[in-house]
Design a protein around this ligand. Structure first.
Ligand code: LRY
Length: 225
């Protein structure tokens, strides 16, 4: 299992098909269409939010699916508890992505306990981290993949405009498990650079699947002289 999913995405693109609360794209059928488009364009995997969407996309698209369940948007909100993680696995995700930052989880579980529960449910775990130390700890705790997803999203830490390729490179150098580059990858060249720096795979969301945010970038620029 580990090797087949990891092999399938090695050196390739995973497309995150998500939409924030209130966004016109936040509708299961629409997100399934986005996943189909990503597959048609050559993606090797899909990342989606919420059990209902995970189930719909795994049924419709024959690519590995990384599932998560966002609950809120502050603190630990990406698959915050064991209950959320098992629900995502039970919905059919091949990989469950979960917050593996060093912050306390709302159910009091440890990340290692979440990993055990997901493995028992038959899925792999992607640790979404914000720092090098968190990545090392997550791998030690049994994560099957480690992703730079949360770099810049922990309050009080800096967020750069582009991807945190320094973190990706450091993790890729240090870890035996595959390291995934994710977060603010805006161009094909940035994705290629992440692979060149040792990333196993690259996740791109906003730059491909978020027309509201992309429109806003143009509008914001035109509003400035
Ligand atoms: C921080 C957080 O909540 N990240 C989420 C994780 O699933 C998504 O909102 C991002 O879109 C995803 O990580 C891909 O990143 P980008 O959209 O920058 O390509």
């Amino acid at each position: 299992m580990t090797s087949s999913v990891a092999d399938a995405v090695k050196g390739r693109l995973i497309v995150s098909c998500q939409a924030p609360p209130g966004d016109p794209m936040r509708e299961t059928g629409t997100l399934v269409r986005l996943a189909h488009s990503a597959a048609a364009g050559g993606a090797a995997g899909i990342r989606v939010n919420e059990p209902e969407v995970v189930a719909a996309v795994t049924a419709a698209v024959s690519l590995p699916v990384i599932g998560l369940w966002k609950d809120g948007d502050t603190g630990v909100y990406i698959t915050p508890t064991v209950r959320h993680a098992v629900a995502v696995a039970d919905a059919g995700a091949h990989v469950v992505a979960a917050d593996a930052t060093d912050r306390p989880r709302p159910d009091g579980s440890t990340f290692a306990q979440l990993v055990t529960a997901v493995h028992q449910a038959g899925a792999l775990v992607m640790a979404d981290v914000s720092t090098f130390e968190e990545g090392v700890t997550a791998a030690r705790d049994g994560a099957d993949l480690v992703s730079s997803t949360l770099s810049g999203y922990v309050p009080g830490t800096p967020r750069q405009a582009g991807p945190d390729l320094r973190l990706v490179a450091a993790l890729a150098e240090a870890l035996d498990v595959p390291v995934v580059a994710e977060g603010r990858i805006n161009t094909p060249d940035e994705a290629a650079e992440a692979l060149a720096l040792g990333a196993h795979s690259v996740v791109v969301g906003t730059a491909i699947t978020a027309p509201t945010a992309l429109t806003g970038r143009f509008v914001e620029r035109l509003a400035r002289p």
